[in-house]
Ligand binder design. Structure first.
Ligand SMILES: Nc1nc2c(ncn2[C@@H]2O[C@H](COP(=O)(O)OP(=O)(O)O)[C@@H](O)[C@H]2O)c(=O)[nH]1
Ligand SMILES: [Mg+2]
Length: 393
């Protein structure tokens, strides 16, 4: 008989004695029998809960051979528990897929079927979402809890992914119900350097999976009220999640690149400004007309700034894609020059011209700043990444 792929449902528990037994029974007797193409195992990760959750699990192990328990003497937080669970699933249970699920029936166990179906369809990462059609929040949630969940999720998404497509496609980044493919993803993830061992881990795993190029999708999650026991969400959880998403974005290679690009761009602006004054003074000896003199002075200063931007970006921002000295570099520099004239001179000039025409001369600086932020910067970033320093495959 062909061996089935292995799915491990990981359930972290802390004082869930009142629901874990029911959960295990339900999974083994109701959920798993209808899943024909996966070998399903359950791994409970307990931190020696004072209420004796692990004892319930140990008793159930006599009944179900595919039930496992990872017990730690120390309370490590939900993130710490999942790291342990993921490692155990890979080394001891040879998991092909790991599923993250709460032990309190807030995640309907029947969704395991849907998660695995999406994996069968070729997805590497499947998230249960409360925010897509068919997904719901608990009926019993008051305004405050709902508000925090909605706004918190939105802000977390923005900080992590705005303005990329992921921002729009991942609707529920704080959701705890997920399935992840092990090969190429969970086995390559860095679990040694997490910013958060508590609930923020959810953002880190999400960020890493997406960063590893996982094909992802969402399935509707009808998030229930707790079956029994108490929520472990603490007042500092929201703060901790924000800290985590901020650090994730800040340390992302693309952000680091963007900061370098921005710094160089700013230096370029300063060079242009100082250059204009210096050249204007020098040319003052040869050219009498102020207008003609400043035109030439600015053209020279702008070119100096363009050379500066190209050289520094080539050596710093895009050092991995660095163009070595030669014909190609000269060709790319020519393109860079033309695109800089377009994005940095022609476009802002047109915006300033049109803006002041309609709103008056007082708005000159306003339109200059607006044009630089909304046209020059994004356009340059796009041109540099896509045309000048195209990623070497
Ligand atoms: N092992 C372990 N499990 C935890 C810890 N904190 C939370 N959990 C479990 O993680 C799951 C989700 O936590 P829960 O409090 O239900 O979060 P909520 O659903 O967002 O309110 C539950 O099964 C908890 O028992 C922890 O420090 N250690
Ligand atoms: Mg819960």
């Amino acid at each position: 008989m062909k061996k089935l792929p292995i799915a491990v449902i990981i359930i972290p528990t802390y004082n869930e004695a009142d629901s874990i037994g029911k959960m295990i029974d339900h999974l083994f007797t109701v959920t798993f029998p209808i899943i024909k193409n996966w070998d399903c195992k359950v791994l409970v990760v307990d931190d020696t809960s004072p209420d004796g959750t692990y004892k319930v699990v140990q008793a159930k192990q006599k009944q179900f051979k595919n039930l496992f328990l990872s017990l730690s003497a120390k309370k490590t937080g939900i993130g710490g528990a999942y790291v342990r669970g993921f490692r155990y699933s890979m080394t001891e249970l040879r998991a092909d897929v790991v599923i993250e699920m709460d032990g309190d029936f807030q995640h309907p166990p029947r969704l395991v079927t849907k998660l695995l179906k999406a994996i069968d369809d070729g997805y590497d990462y499947v998230i249960g979402s409360r925010k897509i059609k068919g997904g719901t929040n608990p009926k019993g949630w008051g305004f405050k809890r709902l508000f925090f969940s909605e706004i918190g999720g939105l802000v977390a998404r923005m900080i992590m992914f705005f303005p990329t497509r992921k921002f729009f496609k991942i609707t529920d980044p704080t959701s705890g119900l997920r399935a992840s493919r092990v090969k190429g993803f969970v086995d390559t993830m860095d679990m040694d350097h997490l910013y958060s061992k508590s609930f923020g881990y959810k953002m880190e795993f999400l960020f890493q999976m997406i960063g590893l190029g996982a094909r992802y999708t969402e399935i509707p999650l009808q998030f229930n009220v707790r079956n029994a026991g108490e929520s472990k969400i603490e007042p500092q959880t929201a703060k901790e999640i924000f800290k985590t998403v901020f650090l994730l974005r800040l340390n992302d290679p693309v952000t680091k690149k963007f900061i370098k690009f921005g710094t160089i761009g700013f230096c370029g602006f300063i060079i242009n400004k100082i250059g204009l004054d210096v050249f204007a003074t020098i040319l003052g000896r040869f050219i009498d007309s102020v207008g003609v003199r400043n035109t030439f002075a600015n053209a020279m200063a702008a070119e100096l700034s363009i050379i500066n931007n190209f050289t520094l970006n080539n050596r710093w921002t895009f050092k991995k894609e660095r163009l070595p000295w030669g014909k190609k570099l000269i060709r790319k520099f020519t393109q860079f020059n033309l695109s800089s004239v377009f994005s940095g001179i022609i476009m802002p000039s047109l915006v300033i011209g049109a803006g002041t025409h309609f709103f008056g001369d007082d708005y000159r600086t306003f339109f200059l700043i607006g044009a630089v932020i909304f046209i020059t910067v994004p356009l340059n970033w796009f041109i540099y990444n896509v045309f000048i320093w195209k990623k070497i495959q």
